[in-house]
Design a protein around this ligand. Sequence first.
Ligand code: ADP
Ligand code: LRH
Length: 498
Amino acid sequence: MSERYLAVVDLGAESGRVHLARYDGQRLALEEVHRFANGPVALQRHLYWNVLSLWQEVISGLRKARRLAGRLDSIGVDTWGVDYVLLDDQGLLLGLPFHYRDRRTEGLMEKVFARVPREEIYAQTGIQFMPINTLYQLLAHQREQPHLLEKARHLLLIPDLFHYWLSGERLCEYTNATTTQCWSVPQGTWARDLLARLDLPTHFLPQVVAPGTPLGTVQGELAEELGRDVLVIAPATHDTAAAVAGIPMRASPRDRAYISSGTWSLVGLELPQPQIAQGSASNFTNEGGIFGTVRFLRNVMGLWLLQECRRSWQEGGRSFTYEQLLTLAEEAPAWAALFDPDHPLFLPPGDMPTRIREQLSVHGQPVPAAEDIPVLVRAILDSLILRYRQVLELAASITGCALQTVHIVGGGAQNRWLNQGLADATGLVVIAGPIEATAQGNALLQLVGLGELRSLEEVRTLAARSTVTQTFLPDPGRRAVWDEAYARFTTLFPLALP
Ligand code: ADP
Ligand code: LRH
């Protein structure tokens, strides 16, 4: 076969990157050709995504990929979930997309539960209740800008917007549709009845296509530059779906869990079916995956805590790389200060070191001095590891899975402290990598769209063949101290409903 050249656009909440993926029939090799910063933009008391700047960066990356490869077979975009844009009847943007960390959804979940009981919403959608979900964002939109909702002809999720700008096609890809809490799992369609009960419009919901669907070719001036026959293929457009697709593991293994570790930590299992009856009380999510699989997981606040602390320290004139922060954490006393990493106070951007110190104080934990970076970093890492253990134990007990191994993928897979700590705290073998599992998963689904791969087994076989990982074995000598910290943590912060 002739080599395939795929451009992979992966937009994360902290950074965006464009990769050139080469497939020679045996292996998939990814080369990062462009990386750029991403993050919330504050404007007039709201938080937005700068989609225009992201578009420019995407185009620069695509040009580089094309130059390097000489030709491209296809392009696919994945991004973070839940956020969307509204378009008018001309296909033009009706405003900027809000960032899911914008405060406009505060308190809305409770208002919704007064109209539709949470059990009913969960039975329909199987999605973890979080204020960031598209469902509550749409309600906020309706309260604050009802005229825009009325005028809107199309709603597109963020990756679908980029696909639209590239190909002219306005469609929504399934894995991302399912994360919105506007998708009915029993019906396998948009949850129109639920939206109607909340007086939300449904006319603008797009047609939904399977991951790996070719949407069309690149249109307009870009076609001159990138090539007229370059296909735009919807991969798994939700970055978490793409990351899980890219994990080098068998299909839906009963002995393995995963953590997709980036800005968020998505901690869970790949299942053949949703677990809605049992998942309800524990607030697990059942997102749709590739080839009919389900991502049964909990969103944990994740390395956002460290990102925001690092940003605050940088603004205060103290800049550190992530490696430097991990080295500093080695100086700190072990398990001295624990806090609930999922406290809703941590969701919006802001002065994270102060918020963490306040939470430590509220729970009677030793409070480090404001400038004590090692203790703060250590508190974040210890608390995340203990929360991961809680989620993994709960997922295993709900599903009856006997876990042996956890895969950690994403930027956070470079955090040796988290990898070893998780192995020691859980007694599980931790397999770290690939760092760019999301890009790998995106490329694998483009290969599905090109007809090169036909099943989940083929996807995972190629993922395993193309991946380098690092294994962290649990140190039995450290289990007792972790167990003691776990008992303290679980007493203070049980895994509760929000
Ligand atoms: P996203 O896709 O959400 O933008 P990434 O998958 O790129 O996120 O992961 C970002 C996280 O990876 C950062 O918050 C940071 O904690 C971690 N990270 C990045 N580089 C390193 C590194 N060199 N060492 C340890 N951790 C790192
Ligand atoms: C991870 C992620 C996660 C969503 C959140 C908005 O990047 O897509 O799966 O819940 O961002």
